[in-house]
Design a protein around this ligand. Sequence first.
Ligand code: KIV
Ligand code: ZN
Length: 511
Amino acid sequence: MADRVYVFDTTLRDGEQSPGATMNLDEKIRMARQLETLGVDVIEAGFPIASQGDFEAVQAIAQAVENVQVAGLCRAVVGDIDRCWEAVKEARNPRIHTFLATSEIHMKHKLGKTADQVKVMVDKAVRHARQYTDNVEFSAEDASRSDWDFLVQITEIAIEAGASVVNIPDTVGYTQPFEYYDLIKYLMDNVKNVDDAVISVHCHNDLGSAVANSLAAVRAGARQVECTVLGIGERAGNAALEDLVMALNTRRELYDVETGVDTEQLFPSCRRLSQIIGMPIPPNKAIVGANAFAHESGVHQDGVIKNRLTYEIMTPASIGRTSNDIVIGKHSGSHAVKNKAEELGYTLDGEQIQVLFKAVKDLADKKEQVFDEDVEALILETVYRRLDKFRLVDMSVFSGTGDVPPHAAMVMEFGAVGQDAETRRTSEFGEGSIDAVFQAIYALVGIAPKLEMYSVNAVTEGSDALAGVAVRIEHDGVKAVGRANDGDVIRASAMAMVNALNRLVKAKEEK
Ligand code: KIV
Ligand code: ZN
């Protein structure tokens, strides 16, 4: 029987650390549920000591999922470990993931500790965590730049103290496949008690080698891979889950291992994350990009027509990418909408179905074809939109090439929906029509943030496609991301900015 490689997903922890990928609590829970459906073995839900928000998110995810382990990250110190346990303990199978740096450069300059002190800390931390659970993982941060014999000793200490998983991260994305293979093999051959634990790998993509390094490590005996959906993560990101899983599956004869991942959930998972964080999937992204299965050259097309295997090493269906079927039309009933939502992985109650049904109908009036992506965007837009403190009511925008600068008139509502809500109006000039819209919103809300990022993408194809807008703003050291989809790009921009400002205000309150 093939060995099992455990898939440890850190989209909600390391992934969420990537700029622009911040998710709120509801979004994290929805993503966690999708990861459970995908069949990952472990969800790393966050870093509980980092903030109250992180703590609550880990706790909520621990309660929300059943068939997957839930890990929390903590430094190798008692207070962190205790806080982590508080957050994960209600999971059906909780894991404490504690870490400490082991490279010379980190020990000396970051920790100010000697190698001997680090050894003692590892032992203590793992033993402390073991008082709570026998599911303890230890990570030797910056392992790939650590002395190999020191790593052998650290791994032995962690296992001896009770760690069931020891992770050997390439924290700075520095290693290369053959070097990493040798390192993992060295540990497999020299760590005396290596059979008592799973050796895990966690690769960053700074040199573009995260997936290749992880695969080399599997060849050398690693049996847990840490990764993120779409490879999001610190700096250049982490190893992409979908790439790893499909490489292990497609080249099974090389690796002779299996994972618990349902590959047909790969594309839906990537699409879900992309929708939530408002980051489009690059067209040339391996496995799930729009071009991944598109054959452009005549020679290739000819080959594929004669026999798909000439140029196709896997099928779109195997990653859950069905053809862009038109799903909903003007005449579809609410039942069809409900079924579609369920097929996309959303269980909605009666009221939510009605909200979605109306939104889908409105869109079908404006847009010729309504695709899965549209329905998913509408679910996020209408059903899951949080109760905002202020909302966009109406707007009118002037753009032109003459002497009158672009300007926007804006009406917004503040406070609870209903009688208590206060309506405010203004109009402002801007450099362009979007700038005018933003200036008017800033004037009404009374906050003028720095706009750090603004991006527009078509949710599907065609000139009537929904526009997906994402903005990132900063004010007084607090950052927030806002996203919105709408058939009109200016309206989508306004909605995204209102969304970002609502999140900013909330984040400031929490701070
Ligand atoms: O990159 C890294 O080393 C990490 C550890 C905390 C596992 O994310
Ligand atoms: Zn990392």
